[in-house]
Design a protein around this ligand. Sequence first.
Ligand SMILES: Cc1cc2nc3c(=O)[nH]c(=O)nc-3n(C[C@H](O)[C@H](O)[C@H](O)COP(=O)(O)OP(=O)(O)OC[C@H]3O[C@@H](n4cnc5c(N)ncnc54)[C@H](O)[C@@H]3O)c2cc1C
Length: 160
Amino acid sequence: MTIEASVYRGIIGQFATGVTVITTGVDGWLHGMTANAVTSVSLDPLLLLVCVDKEAHTHDHLSRAGAFTVSILAEDQQDLSRTFATSNKPEEGRLQGVGYRIGENGAPIIDGCLAAIQCEVTERTDGGDHTIFFGRVLDATAERDAPPLLFYQGKYRKLG
Ligand SMILES: Cc1cc2nc3c(=O)[nH]c(=O)nc-3n(C[C@H](O)[C@H](O)[C@H](O)COP(=O)(O)OP(=O)(O)OC[C@H]3O[C@@H](n4cnc5c(N)ncnc54)[C@H](O)[C@@H]3O)c2cc1C
């Protein structure tokens, strides 16, 4: 049985998700990428995972930094999600003009996000054209009480 990737993409797009920005800080260089392949894995120990395209710059940043932060986006942060999902020249830097503070793990926490989860990478596993990075949760903070940004059938959505 085979299924075209484009068909599969449309079908898996029925699975509604939240939207996050995964950030890293390494050698004084800060970077961020929009991601929805993020899953809470375990409560004991506290673990989550993120799947990152092997061709994406974030893959290299995450591998070298050994730490990352997940900022869960709010409904009014759709523009930020687009910014962090648009390829640009590395020297331009996506964090320019974006409000943030640096967490204890050295990665930025995006201003106005709903929650921020700081992690250190404990393990990485091959996942086809992606790598699955497991992160031990170092800190998790509720940042703002607002509705979440959703992604469903390839489009941004709102609750209700
Ligand atoms: C709602 C949403 C959820 C997403 N979830 C995920 C996710 O969970 N995991 C994930 O990995 N991505 C995800 N993405 C895509 C990701 O946000 C973008 O691909 C983003 O640009 C990656 O940033 P980067 O700086 O790491 O890589 P970039 O440098 O922006 O590269 C992104 C992709 O562009 C291609 N590319 C870059 N430069 C070149 C070049 N010079 N020539 C040819 N190809 C090039 C590469 O194939 C690479 O895969 C998501 C996007 C959206 C909108």
